[in-house]
Design a protein around this ligand. Structure first.
Ligand SMILES: COc1ccc(S(=O)(=O)N2Cc3cc(C#N)ccc3N(Cc3cncn3C)C[C@H]2Cc2ccccc2)cc1
Ligand SMILES: [Zn+2]
Length: 331
């Protein structure tokens, strides 16, 4: 059966970055602690703080975030025994939220607020014989957790705590014939996991092991007529894939393989002029996750920056902020 495989952008779509609207949207998000959405996302609260704070940093509006309250919250989420950090108080520690917490504390330069040695111990304890990493004590293996491990230890300047060669070997064992990567050996290529694997190889200084042209080709094939990017062949475009694909292409120094003007119009169309924020596609509900990735790529494209910054580079928020100031693009 014929199913729609792209979106059409409407004429009355936003054509500029509505930065004030996004700043107001993120500043008010989570103020009402009883609201349904807020309660339902307790399981990812730590990451939600990371997405909101980083987006605000990019807009140079992070002063609107409750800094001391955030730092206090992170400290109460560290599990004293394992050293890991959970998404919310009383939840189980996990690699995803341990990374989000360290990213936030790094932006505030307040890693001293937690037991950093405990975090190093937790991350190292997740590495397996084959070099892979568990997400938590229940034993799920995924290349996403390899990225969490090396990004977290890189920020703590403690990459010495794990076996880098085995970590790289496991990631390379997940490379497919199309040059892409999946979550485990044999899993199909997916843009989000390609970002994690390229990011991991970048931090471990093993980009030489990639089949860069095949991989970059697979990545630029994600772009559809609407300008948007999808995560796998035959899928609909989704704003967050702009980030996974563009930052991977940036690391491969092949960002020019994508039609940036087309992509820019898709990104701007994903803004909601009423509520503020970005959604996965034009017209959908906005959320902090897509708002971060819309800004991270949008700010670069719209302000004609040629480079898209990614985690392992100097924190993309700070770098983008400096570039924003350089271009005198104030709200
Ligand atoms: C709205 O239903 C959901 C579904 C899943 C999740 S999730 O598992 O926590 N997670 C993070 C995430 C956060 C938000 C926000 N705010 C919104 C979505 C979203 N997705 C789902 C998604 C994104 N693009 C399309 N889809 C359907 C990715 C997912 C996995 C992921 C986690 C960490 C880093 C990268 C990716 C959260 C909400
Ligand atoms: Zn998405």
């Amino acid at each position: 059966a014929f199913t729609k495989k792209d979106v059409t952008l409407s004429e009355d779509r936003p054509k500029t970055l509505l930065l004030q609207k996004h700043s107001d949207y993120l500043a008010s998000y989570g103020l009402n602690k009883d609201d349904y959405e807020y309660c339902m996302t307790e399981y990812l609260r730590m990451s939600g703080i990371y997405w909101s704070l980083t987006a605000m940093e990019i807009m140079n509006e992070s002063s609107r975030m409750p800094k001391e309250e955030i730092i206090e919250f992170i400290s109460s989420c560290q599990d004293k025994e394992s050293g890991g950090i959970s998404a919310s108080i009383g939840h189980d520690p996990h690699m995803l939220y341990t990374l989000s917490a360290i990213q936030v504390l790094s932006m505030y330069d307040r890693v001293d607020a937690i037991d950093a040695e405990g975090v190093v111990r937790y991350v190292a304890s997740m590495q397996q014989e084959d070099g892979s990493f568990f997400g938590d004590q229940w034993g799920e293996v995924d290349t996403r957790f390899s990225f969490c491990a090396v990004m977290c230890l890189s920020l703590l300047h403690r990459l010495d705590a794990i076996n880098i060669n085995k970590a790289v070997d496991f990631v390379l064992s997940c490379m497919n014939f199309d040059g892409g990567f999946g979550s485990k050996p044999g899993s199909e290529s997916h843009a989000g996991l390609i970002y994690c694997c390229v990011g991991t190889l970048s931090i471990c200084k093993r980009m030489d092991a990639l089949h860069a042209d095949e991989l970059a080709w697979w990545l630029c094939e994600r772009q559809l007529p609407s300008g948007g990017l999808n995560g796998r062949p035959e899928k609909l475009p989704d704003l967050c894939y702009s980030w996974w694909v563009m930052s991977s292409l940036s690391m491969l120094n092949r960002i020019h393989w994508v039609d940036k003007k087309n992509l820019e119009q898709f990104i701007l169309a994903c803004q909601d002029p009423e509520t503020g924020g970005f959604s996965d596609r034009p017209g959908d509900i906005t959320d902090p996750f897509h708002t971060l990735f819309g800004l991270a790529v949008g700010v670069n494209l719209f302000l004609c920056f040629t480079r898209v910054f990614y985690y392992s580079d100097v924190f993309f928020a700070n770098v983008n902020r400096n570039l924003l100031q350089e271009y005198d693009y104030i709200i």
